[in-house]
Design a protein around this ligand. Structure first.
Ligand SMILES: Cc1cccc(C)c1Nc1c(-c2c(F)cccc2F)nc2cccc(C)n12
Length: 233
């Protein structure tokens, strides 16, 4: 039986990533508004846009704290952020929806998403994904590392130094695999199931792009940050 142990520097890596992951939460005023504002489609869309904008800010701050990320080529840093934003935000909102928020919020957020002018054909895969993440019952180390692995995916558009990104991602994957073995000894397939979620995540990119287009057709307004990260308008 393989004796799995985490080295000192791997422990330090996990700690810095988890600290960064927990340091950036959805601000109270946004979650408070979730319960207070009325339920018109416009109001719901406004709230979700504010949440999405906050999630992009949280993503950028988290990414800057991934050890090694800031030593990557500057343009590659941007390419990784733009290429992974949707997937990282789905992971974050899945984790927020599943456990981070007191139960009442989850139902309210789901209600607002349902009445925000989003098409049903996007809603289903999104909520299926949230459910599949919830079933994994990830600990925060796994959530933070899985998000870092997603951001450090080397085959994003316009990435120049593929190897440099691959090396960083490899480091995260090695630690994540060890954590999974230690955290879920009764489930040797757990790590593989986590990586399977990343494949499911990629399909959501397509739905998200369609959703953006349909919102734009209805002349919905986004914030400058959302326009920048997804090259809209
Ligand atoms: C905050 C939120 C939570 C759950 C569902 C949705 C639709 C949102 N909001 C948006 C998302 C988005 C996200 F922020 C996280 C997960 C999946 C996402 F579709 N992307 C965008 C892009 C332009 C405008 C909005 C309102 N928007």
């Amino acid at each position: 039986k393989e004796k799995v142990e985490i080295t000192k520097e791997q422990q330090a890596l996990v700690k810095s990533i988890v600290d960064a992951y927990n340091r950036h939460q959805i601000p109270q005023d946004v979650t408070k508004k979730l319960l207070q504002e009325q339920y018109s489609a416009e109001e719901n869309f406004l709230l979700l846009t504010e949440m999405a904008t906050n999630q992009v800010q949280v993503l950028v701050e988290f990414t800057k704290n991934i050890p090694g990320f800031l030593s990557l080529d500057r343009e590659d840093q941007i390419a990784l952020l733009k290429g992974s934003a949707v997937e990282a935000m789905f992971l974050r909102s899945a984790q927020v929806l599943s456990k981070r928020m007191p139960n009442g919020y989850t139902e309210v957020l789901k209600e607002r998403v349902r009445n925000s002018g989003m098409s049903e054909e996007f809603m289903t895969p999104m909520f299926n994904f949230y459910k599949s993440i919830d079933e994994l019952q990830m600990v925060q180390e796994e959530q933070a590392l899985l998000t870092a692995v997603t951001i450090l995916t080397p085959d994003r558009p316009y990435v120049k130094d593929y190897q440099a990104v691959e090396r960083l991602q490899e480091t995260m994957l090695i630690v994540l695999r060890k954590l999974c073995v230690l955290q879920h000894p009764q489930d040797p397939q757990y790590f593989a199931r986590l990586l399977g979620r990343l494949t499911e995540l990629r399909t959501l990119n397509h739905y998200h792009a369609e959703m953006l287009t349909s919102w734009r057709m209805n002349d919905q307004k986004f914030t400058p940050l959302l326009c920048e990260i997804w090259d809209v308008q």
